[in-house]
Design a protein around this ligand. Structure first.
Ligand code: ZN
Length: 83
């Protein structure tokens, strides 16, 4: 039954509004970060996450650096590949 079809007194006696405030009594769930498990922020705003992703500039690419990075990638692939 729609709110508009009820009389004013019937609405206040039997009506129910499905609003966020009514359903939660004005209380909202606590946000817990899935990364650091602390309350008050989500993972995308985690200070730990922001700190973790600070990039360190690499030196200019040269043959020696390219060779070293290639060996690191091959070593990681060798260590983490399933047997
Ligand atoms: Zn966090």
């Amino acid at each position: 039954m729609k709110k508009t079809s009820l009389t004013q007194s019937a609405f206040y006696r039997y009506g129910y509004e499905f609003t966020a405030k009514v359903l939660t009594e004005g209380k909202y769930p606590i946000i817990v970060c899935t990364l650091c498990k602390r309350e008050g922020h989500s993972r995308d705003k985690c200070p730990d996450e922001l700190e973790k992703h600070k990039l360190v500039p690499l030196p200019p690419m040269c043959d020696q650096l390219r060779d070293m990075l290639g060996r690191v990638c091959a070593d990681v692939l060798g260590q983490l590949s399933p047997d």
